[in-house]
Structures are given as C-alpha cells and as structure tokens.
Design a protein around this ligand. Sequence first.
Ligand code: TMP
Length: 219
Amino acid sequence: MIPHVELPTPPPLVHRGLFVAFEGGERVGKSTQVAALRDHLAARGVPHLVTREPGGTPVAEQIRALVLDPRHAGLDLRAEALLFAAARGEHVRAAVLPALERGEVVVTDRYLDSSVAYQGVARGLGRDVVEGLSLWATGGLVPDLTVVLDGEVTTGLARVADPDRIESEPLAFHETVRRAFLGLAARAPHRYLVADAADPVAAIASRVAARVDELLEAG
Ligand code: TMP
C-alpha cells in the first residue's frame, strides 16, 4: 500500500512588518500599481522591499525562466504547481520573511493566490491542495492585504506581444483565472482590495495607498 503523505498546515506566520500582494490576470496593470505603491512608501520614508513571483531571488528567478519558457509546452501540471511552490518557498525564506522581520513593508507582484487561481482552479488541481502546498512551502505566510486588479481578459491579452507558456493558454483559461481571483477576494473581504483595472491609474493608486497607510497606522 502506498503511504498517504499529509502536508501539515502551519499556523499563520507572525512578523513585525506589513505584507502586501498584488494579484490579477495578464497585463492588467499590476506592475504600474506596484511601482506607484513603492513611490508612495518611499515618499513617506517607510522602509520597504518590492519583489515579484515567481522570482525575487536568484534561484526563484531561474525557476521563473524554466516554468514560463514556451518551449516547455507539455510540462506536467503537478510539476508546474510544485515549481511555483518551490520558487515561493525560496523567495519567502530568503527575501520576504527577513524583510518582514525587520519590520519593513513587503510589496510583491503576485503571491499565493496566483497559484490557487492558475494551478488550483484554472488547471483544475484543486484550490485546497494548491493552497495547502504553498502554505506548507512558505511556513504559513499569508498577506496582510491582497490587491486584486480586475480587468477584461481580452484587454490584457491584447497587450501581450511575446506570450510565455501561461499567457499562451486559451481565453477560457484566463476567464477562469479572473473569476477565481474574485472568488478568493469574496472569501475574506477584510484582507482584500478589489479594484477595477479600467479605473484611472492614479485613482487606484490612491485607494491602495490609503488602505496601506491605514494598516500602517493600525500597527
Ligand atoms: P507575471 O508576468 O505577471 O509576473 O506572471 C507570471 C505568470 O506566471 C503569469 O502568467 C501567472 C503565472 N503564475 C502562475 O501560474 N502561478 C503562480 O503561482 C504565479 C506566481 C504565477
């Protein structure tokens, strides 16, 4: 009989900093909003780290290159989920957690919800399985705030010039991802800010900045 391996779910990780993730579909404007929040924090003199997933450390950047490479079109779906989780585990231990422990604000372009939406829901591996895998990989680190930029899939995909392995998926896949992010936000609205990606950049940025300032003041 094959033994069944149960991944222990760690309790939420406690730290002194503030962890903010940006999520959303392809080319929905995340990077612009990440940069706007970085400028806001810099202007206020708040120590911060801006990073991204997959990536953020030399090893995780190598995993990014591997997992997004369109030459690996037939990559096994479980291998894909494990690679994203491996990159995340490395990123958290080597970069995110040390900054949070120093009391900094960490802003990441994508995090765990991307795995849940893309691998768990759109790939069909199961939301809970994929979430559990990432929680195990990171030791239970969840964002204090997740900003979901919700935008028309066709608008985002039209901005993609040179599609990577995941951007090359059909429209229906990306529509499922979009719905999955909204579902995750609806599950815990106090930990999310959902913004319409079609709103003016400055309007979204000021909503995000106000929410982050509120969280910083609440300590
Ligand atoms: P980016 O270009 O927005 O940084 O996105 C990288 C791609 O990787 C994007 O198509 C979403 C995908 N992705 C996943 O499928 N699972 C994940 O866990 C992460 C972080 C990204």
